[in-house]
Design a protein around this ligand. Structure first.
Ligand SMILES: Cc1cc2nc3c(=O)[nH]c(=O)nc-3n(C[C@H](O)[C@H](O)[C@H](O)COP(=O)(O)OP(=O)(O)OC[C@H]3O[C@@H](n4cnc5c(N)ncnc54)[C@H](O)[C@@H]3O)c2cc1C
Ligand code: FES
Length: 273
């Protein structure tokens, strides 16, 4: 019988520093099929396992990228690893973004913090298949300029879509000035800068739980129905495959039924957001 928990070994091809606490790990994979929004369980022998979203896009072959913030046991151990070291992964797991349903539509992405990791996979997928989608808008917020991820892709995104960035504070995490000349304010302040209707667009939100309620309010204010809003939820996970119930929200498992959910389907569930 096949062991569903059996991971495979994967070589770290490259480590890319993103910020003071976040790195991208490029992992070698072969015949690994996934869609944006899906995640893997990454393990380090003797340390533990953690769910991490895939931040690369399926058209990039031979590797997957994971964008990982150093926060606890597994992520700290991973941050000490370098190119040539090995980790173990299983997956891909979960339900990704519903591209078949949203083809032809305008999309408004809203990302906060590490939520940029799954969102980048989806954004680069959509930009790679640009003819199949309408107008693409990205509203991205981070705590400080030092927390912004993927700065090296900002110029390309600004050319290929309507890309707006803001920071909560223009100070660096140590309180020193950063020289930031861009927008300041929480990510929802960027909605006021959109001078076109997003009523018929699809809204996609990835970020910290506190952000969801306020972003959904903005979507609703703009006339977007709840059924056009997709959210990527994060819950504490163990198995990743619908067995342990750690990630359960009422009758849904975030690992199996999500992490991407249609807001209209989960808005009635207590504790969903
Ligand atoms: C689907 C999904 C995708 C994710 N994608 C990413 C990603 O792309 N990048 C990324 O950096 N992170 C991502 N995460 C978050 C990441 O999995 C967690 O931060 C994970 O806990 C890190 O593992 P760790 O061993 O380093 O941290 P831990 O040692 O587990 O600690 C992390 C934090 O969780 C708390 N914690 C530990 N155990 C519990 C518990 N039982 N209940 C509640 N809180 C607990 C700790 O106090 C600590 O603050 C994702 C999570 C999910 C569910
Ligand atoms: S993580 Fe075990 S059921 Fe979802």
């Amino acid at each position: 019988m096949e062991n569903i928990y059996k991971p495979f070994r994967s070589k770290i091809l490259k480590v890319i520093e993103q910020t003071y606490d976040t790195k991208v790990f490029r992992l070698e994979v072969k015949d690994f099929k996934y869609m944006p929004g899906q995640f893997v369980e990454l393990s380090i022998p003797g340390v533990g396992e953690a769910p991490i979203s895939i931040t690369s896009s399926p058209h990039e072959e031979g590797y997957i990228d994971l964008c990982v913030r150093r926060i606890g046991t597994v992520t700290n151990a991973l941050h000490r690893m370098k190119a040539g070291d090995y980790v173990w992964i299983r997956g891909p797991y979960g339900v990704g973004f519903p591209f078949e349903t949203i083809k032809g539509k305008d999309i408004v992405y809203v990302a906060g913090g590490i939520g940029m990791a799954p969102l980048r996979s989806s954004l680069n997928y959509v930009l790679h298949h640009k003819k199949e989608f309408g107008k693409i808008t990205v509203l991205y917020g981070a705590r400080t300029p030092a927390d912004l991820l993927y700065k090296e892709e900002f110029d390309r995104w600004a050319k290929e879509c309507n890309f707006l960035v803001t920071v909560d504070s223009d100070k660096l995490p140590d309180g020193k000035p950063s020289g930031w000349k861009g927008n300041i304010g929480v990510v929802t302040t960027l909605f006021a800068k959109l001078n076109y209707s997003i009523k018929d667009a699809i809204g996609i939100v990835c970020g910290p739980p506190v952000m969801y309620k306020f972003v959904i309010q903005e979507f609703r204010k703009a006339g977007m129905p709840d059924s056009s809003i997709y959210i990527s939820l994060e819950r504490h996970m163990k198995c990743g495959v619908g067995k342990c119930q750690h990630c359960q929200i009422n009758n849904r498992y975030v690992c199996l039924d999500g992490p991407v959910f249609n807001y209209a389907d989960v808005k009635q569930l207590p504790e969903a957001i």
